[in-house]
Design a binder for this molecule. Structure first.
Ligand SMILES: Cc1cc2nc3c(=O)[nH]c(=O)nc-3n(C[C@H](O)[C@H](O)[C@H](O)COP(=O)(O)OP(=O)(O)OC[C@H]3O[C@@H](n4cnc5c(N)ncnc54)[C@H](O)[C@@H]3O)c2cc1C
Length: 316
């Protein structure tokens, strides 16, 4: 048997094993799984039925295949050429349970759903999550936050599946969480998180969530595909202010445009490609650097291979 045939047959073996563990697709368009609605196909796309299936899949998947955990895809930019690895969609792992002051949520539970249920149980601390359109796993990985709160303020522990399929519990303190960052073990994924909260009246909690939601909808371009804040705010300043000051508000490349409503948002105004979005990111970075000397760092996670596109000139 030739080397190529051997590779095909071993791929056939491990892929067949996965068919009983959830939904497996090949060449799945990632534009359908990211809120910016751009991105080419994932080589393998797998949605495990439950945690045991995920563990078995991690063990079956060859060690040299790159794994990409996927939540809601609300902070993810995938190249037009796609992702040459194994995307794991955790949306079917979405249980939420309460025990006194703590809530435990699986990685695939929407943050907004967790926030709503916390309000029903009279537990406060998660209100900000009602306005962040991601899942618990993505929220932990990004240390999502807004309205002067972030996930690490209330997170007490996580359960993580390592690349070899072993499952470990970690204290939140071990993740060294800071602004939009958490140290997770390489190749691992969060499968559940536990939050420690305080009590309050459900109606007061709901009122705070309503206020946050309405502030969002009046300041952000929520009607068009986007990925939230494209850049992290530099110390003591706001990326949106810097981009606007550099004259980039409303600027577009192809189908990607810097929002007229909020300059730290890039919207897909129609047929944007990932290349359009990246070109716009680089153009905004160059303009801000020239105008104020500050280097903006992307908050959006650019996953996969970008070298071919990043090699170009920012002014091209
Ligand atoms: C309209 C809009 C508003 C937004 N507002 C905010 C905001 O106020 N504050 C804020 O912080 N963010 C905001 N975001 C960005 C985004 O919602 C958050 O970063 C969110 O936490 C991402 O969650 P997700 O499930 O979509 O993650 P994804 O986009 O799917 O993934 C993001 C990263 O996390 C990794 N990841 C996902 N799941 C796991 C897992 N289970 N284990 C390990 N790694 C994982 C992915 O591999 C990727 O690197 C906004 C986005 C949009 C579209």
């Amino acid at each position: 048997m030739t080397a190529a045939l051997k590779q095909l047959s071993s791929e056939h073996d491990w892929c067949s094993a996965l068919n009983d563990l959830g939904v497996l697709r090949q060449h799945e368009p990632m534009a359908a799984h990211t809120t910016l609605a751009v991105g080419g196909p994932a080589r393998w796309f797998f949605r495990p039925a439950d945690r045991a299936s995920l563990v078995a899949a991690m063990q079956a998947c060859p060690a040299d295949v790159v794994i990409l955990p996927l939540g809601r895809g609300s902070n993810m930019l995938v190249p037009d050429t796609g992702f040459d690895g194994f995307v794991v969609d955790l949306s079917d792992l979405n249980d939420i349970s309460f025990d006194c002051y703590t809530v435990s949520a699986d990685a695939g539970a929407r943050m907004s759903r967790v926030a709503r249920q916390c309000a029903e149980h009279g537990l406060t601390g998660c209100e900000f999550m009602a306005t962040v359109p991601g899942d618990i796993g993505g929220g932990v990985a990004m240390n999502a936050g807004c309205f002067a709160q972030q996930l690490s303020d209330v997170l007490s522990a996580v359960t993580v599946v390592l690349r070899d399929g072993s499952v470990i519990d970690m204290a939140a303190a071990d993740l060294n969480m800071c602004y939009r960052h958490a140290d997770l073990p390489t190749g691992s994924m969060v499968v559940a998180a536990t939050f420690t909260l305080q009590t309050d009246h459900p109606e007061e909690i709901r009122e705070r969530m309503r206020t946050m939601r309405s502030r969002r909808s009046s300041t952000q371009p929520l009607a068009q595909p986007n990925c939230g804040s494209v850049f992290k705010n530099p110390d003591g300043d706001h990326a949106a202010r810097l981009i606007e000051a550099a004259g980039m508000k409303g600027f577009s490349i192809g189908g990607a445009r810097i929002s007229n409503q909020h300059a730290n948002f890039i919207v897909n105004a129609g047929e944007a490609s990932s290349a359009d979005v990246v070109a716009l990111i680089r153009r905004a970075q160059a303009a801000v650097k020239q105008h104020s000397g500050i280097e903006l760092e992307p908050e959006v996670r650019m996953v996969g291979e970008w070298e071919y596109i990043m090699a170009g000139d920012a002014d091209a």
